[in-house]
Design a protein around this ligand. Sequence first.
Ligand code: FNR
Length: 354
Amino acid sequence: MQPNLLTPLTIKSVTLPSRIGMSPMCTYSAQDGMATDWHLVHLVSRAQGGVGLVLVEATAVSPEGRISPGDIGLWDPRQTKALVPIARGIAGEGAVPGIQIAHAGRKAGCAKPWDGGKPLHLSGWPILGPSPIAFDPTYPTPSALTVAEIKQLVKSFGTSAAMAREAGFKLLEIHGAHGYLIHSFLSPLSNQRQDEYGGTLENRMRILTEIVAVCQSRWGMDLPLGVRLSMSDWAPGGLTLAETLQVTQVLREAGVDFVDCSSGGAVPHAQIPGNEPLYQLPFAKAVKQTVLGIKSMAVGMIRTPAEANQIIQEGSADVVLLGRALLRDPYWALRAAQELGDSRLVPKQYRRAF
Ligand code: FNR
């Protein structure tokens, strides 16, 4: 029988109580890379609100890998400790605690959005990328990573993956989208290297496959591990769906459990149809249709429970991730449960109200 939005989903040893996930979203509210009370309340509220998978925002694998000084990190044991109550709190509400690990690459070192969001050009904050090509003229030109530095960086993803597991997370997402480090290697618009990390698609995805391998060894093979990809650069000469489907196939063969299908972010001149509902859904659908065995997550302008339910019922994706809808309404999933006539997601403490 075809599942619906509220049907549980088992991936490896983990069962999501529903197909509703919270997309990773930076809140720029960490101190020295440490999650704070803000994160605890913000993230556990969504679990209380019936979300089945709560993905903690982009969490940097190194200090210079942060988008802003307010990003969470996982390079210091104190940061692991700060995340423990968050993973425990989410799990305590019956949701699966997940986390996204990331390196911002050539888009690192920016102000928080409410402080303008522009590059800070801070001394002592190295900006790194595959090639010395700035994101746009206001951004610093990144230093092209040497092969030795790439190997080091790959290792830091493994260390963060191990710390995420130690903190109690049950699902790990590697951030390979939105123009950040991994995506900047995947996209020919930002990667013009001549060595084994540039040129052919196989070479451009090498850093990703190395990161996946090190994460699998440090995170473990018993818990779900996936990748968020920008399935298209939406720009001439950039990554295309045909290429990212090939990447997805390679990831599947490497044992990756899911692909979270986002898009864009590689270059400022991308033509993204971002104000259209479900604009990224064809990517999740293409993964379902062409790469057998990998779970596909859909994200982007999914607004109503009916829309989300239809995505699952028609088999276009395995999980629906919501971003802004959950910022507007932490109880979106409880509303969905009510609309779909299933009160299972309602916390027992709230049931008299439903
Ligand atoms: C985001 N997004 C995002 N994506 C990601 O992979 N890691 C992140 O940390 C963030 N941070 C972030 C912060 C804020 C405030 C927003 C609004 C978005 C993108 C997000 O996860 C999602 O993919 C998009 O917002 C599209 O989904 P919605 O918002 O249309 O449901």
